[in-house]
Design a protein around this ligand. Structure first.
Ligand SMILES: NC(=O)c1ccc[n+]([C@@H]2O[C@H](COP(=O)([O-])OP(=O)(O)OC[C@H]3O[C@@H](n4cnc5c(N)ncnc54)[C@H](OP(=O)(O)O)[C@@H]3O)[C@@H](O)[C@H]2O)c1
Length: 307
């Protein structure tokens, strides 16, 4: 894993490009919005709280007055909100160069989305599956567009169970199991999406990334648990700043040398921190049968059909 210490200075000029970042108000999403805006892109900061999104935009515009950022409401736990977002986006934008599916929740207690899906799979995978499908036409119409899915090293603990994909009524649910499944789903989806693009001769590329262990609100929320609180000082010494954690997803989004289905992560020990390089997921992420079954289940659950 030789690194060439890729940083935001390696991002090419993005003038004329349009980018969507889900969860753009916080953590890795916020850092990504900042970097894209700095390089001249038009950035759609998609967030579930418009107030938080506007506050994030204000912080960026303070140091970068020329930033072209539009805040748009998107709640990934609500198919209606996802449909509204996609419709409004397409009314106002003719192109979409990069769709960065970044938003996520981690290790929350069992709960349901507005549409009755287990909340971690619902937010982290199904919401992004629906969003990508609803934006497919505009992605198709933008040459060399990219879809970037943000996964995690936690994909390695994920197990697919198509008899109980959504941990119905909490059966078999643990916060870790459901998070792992959702992050494995991000990778299975990436590879199936790339196969879909190739089969249909669509000039869009699907890639994935993970941030190692990064100091964001995601980690802070988890650290509220008493047993983690004891380990907090150690945990945060191990974590890298969000600005570093965002580099793998930024590289996956813009590196001209990136290839379809590549997975970017940090180059450091156990991929916890460092500069972004191409990394290898666990073998189970390449399981084509699981990927196909997940795709079929996702189409059925969301009623978003890719064509
Ligand atoms: N930090 C890490 O060490 C780490 C490690 C591996 C993977 N990741 C992945 O990195 C991604 C970004 O997380 P982060 O670390 O930057 O955490 P973060 O600071 O908590 O940011 C998560 C973002 O997702 C948004 N979000 C949550 N639920 C949403 C929903 N229903 N609809 C729309 N947006 C929603 C949050 O909005 P609110 O601000 O409104 O809550 C926030 O903007 C996630 O996919 C996560 O799984 C992070």
């Amino acid at each position: 894993m030789a690194s060439n210490n890729w940083t935001i200075t390696d991002i090419p000029d993005l003038t004329g490009k349009t980018v969507i970042v889900t969860g753009g108000n916080s953590g890795l999403g916020f850092e990504s919005v900042k970097a894209f805006a700095l390089k001249g892109a038009r950035v759609i900061l998609a967030c579930r709280s418009v107030a938080k999104g506007e506050e994030a935009k204000k912080q960026i515009v303070k140091f970068l007055p020329t930033a072209d950022i539009q805040v748009m409401e998107l709640d990934l736990t609500d198919l209606k909100s996802i449909r509204n977002f996609a419709t409004k986006f397409k009314q106002n934008h003719a192109r979409l160069d990069i769709l960065l599916n970044n938003a996520g929740i981690m290790m929350v207690p069992y709960g349901l989305t507005k549409d009755g899906f287990e909340s971690q799979l619902g937010t982290n995978h199904l919401g992004h599956f629906a969003l990508t499908g609803l934006l497919l036409d505009v992605l198709k119409n933008t040459p060399t567009s990219r879809v970037v899915n943000v996964s995690s090293m936690a994909h390695s603990s994920g197990e697919m169970d198509f008899n109980n994909l959504l941990f119905e009524k909490g059966k078999g649910y643990t916060p870790i199991k459901a998070y792992g499944r959702s992050k494995l789903s991000n990778l299975l989806f990436t590879y199936e999406l790339q196969r879909f693009f190739e089969t249909n001769k669509i000039n869009t590329m699907a890639v994935a990334a993970h941030p190692g262990f990064s100091d964001t609100n995601l980690a802070h929320t988890m650290m509220e648990k008493w047993y983690y609180r004891l380990l907090k000082p150690l945990f945060f010494r191990m974590a890298q700043p969000a600005s570093m954690g965002a580099l793998p997803q930024l590289r996956a989004s813009v590196d001209p040398a990136a290839k379809p289905s590549q997975f970017y992560g940090p180059d450091g020990k156990r991929q916890m921190k460092g500069y972004p390089v191409v990394v290898q997921p666990k073998e189970k992420a390449f399981n084509k049968d699981d990927a196909r079954r997940l795709w079929e289940a996702s189409e059925k659950l969301t009623s978003v059909i890719y064509s």
